[in-house]
Design a protein around this ligand. Structure first.
Ligand SMILES: [Zn+2]
Length: 268
């Protein structure tokens, strides 16, 4: 009898531990939010600005170049739409004057670092936030690999199959809602791209790297290199054309002179 109760408590404890473990990865954001809630902050925004920014940067870098290329309009129902980021307006009102100077676009106050401007936004311009649960971009972080980009988690941390499956599911749901396959060839191409770019890397062990299709930076470097090359070659090209035309003109003048001389010597 006593042995049985021992066994039951052990099983119960093991279950509790495993439950806790599965909830670690995916629920970190909501846990942080709950903690903040408990602490009772002055202006409670249950959404991480830093992680929202990371999610936004990822979308900008690894998705938008392809969306622009396809000239596709993301619906506002899609969680990736800029309107669904509560911090977007504030982020647009950040003026980076110098390395050590950040200015508030609303009241023109200056700060030494971005984090102080963030605090200023939280304290002074809180009313400008559209605080709604569906507008927290940080909630998308699991699907969009924010941790990979922010390097906040060591690569050695154990892969959690339950969390990975949940993130993969979340990722696929974004592909379905933002790029529905029944909305034409552009949407289905972007749907496919989204799966490859973001969802495929949600595997255990996490050996697959996200964003295999590349992003904005690489294309912009390529563009920069090509445009510099063109800019350098253009003057040389014009110089060659100019010299060639000058030679041609000189040639015809010479010919004219020769023919004139020929006409003069001809006796009439
Ligand atoms: Zn301000």
């Amino acid at each position: 009898m006593r042995r049985n109760t021992h066994l039951i408590t052990t099983i119960f404890l093991l279950l509790l531990i495993s439950l806790q473990e599965t909830s670690i990865q995916g629920y970190e954001d909501s846990a942080a939010r709950n903690l903040k809630q408990e602490l009772g902050e002055a202006h409670e925004v249950h959404c991480s600005r830093e992680r929202s920014r990371a999610a936004w940067d990822i979308i900008e870098e690894y998705l938008m170049p392809f969306v622009e290329q396809e000239q596709y309009q993301i619906s506002s129902k899609c969680r990736l739409h800029p309107d669904n980021d509560m911090f977007r307006d504030q982020e647009k009102h950040k003026i980076h004057v110098d390395i050590n100077e950040w200015r508030c676009g609303y009241c023109k106050k200056s700060f030494r670092a971005e984090k102080f401007l963030d605090q200023h936004f939280d304290n002074r311009h809180y009313n400008l936030l559209n605080v709604s649960h569906s507008k927290c971009l940080a909630d998308l972080c699991g699907a969009l690999h924010c941790d990979f980009v922010m390097k906040s988690k060591s690569s050695k941390s154990k892969c959690n199959p339950a969390a990975v499956a949940r993130n993969r599911h979340l990722c696929e749901s974004f592909a379905n809602s933002c790029f529905p396959i029944n909305q034409g060839p552009s949407a289905s191409r972007l749907h496919e791209l989204f799966l490859r770019q973001f969802c495929d890397a949600h595997t255990c062990p996490g050996k697959a790297k996200p964003f295999p299709k590349g992003g904005k930076k690489q294309t912009s470097i390529l563009y920069l290199a090509v445009s510099i090359l063109i800019l350098m070659l253009l003057p040389i090209f014009y110089l060659i054309v100019f010299l060639y035309q000058r030679e041609m003109r000189r040639g015809t003048q010479e010919l004219r002179r020769i023919s004139r001389v020929g006409q003069k010597t001809k006796p009439s």
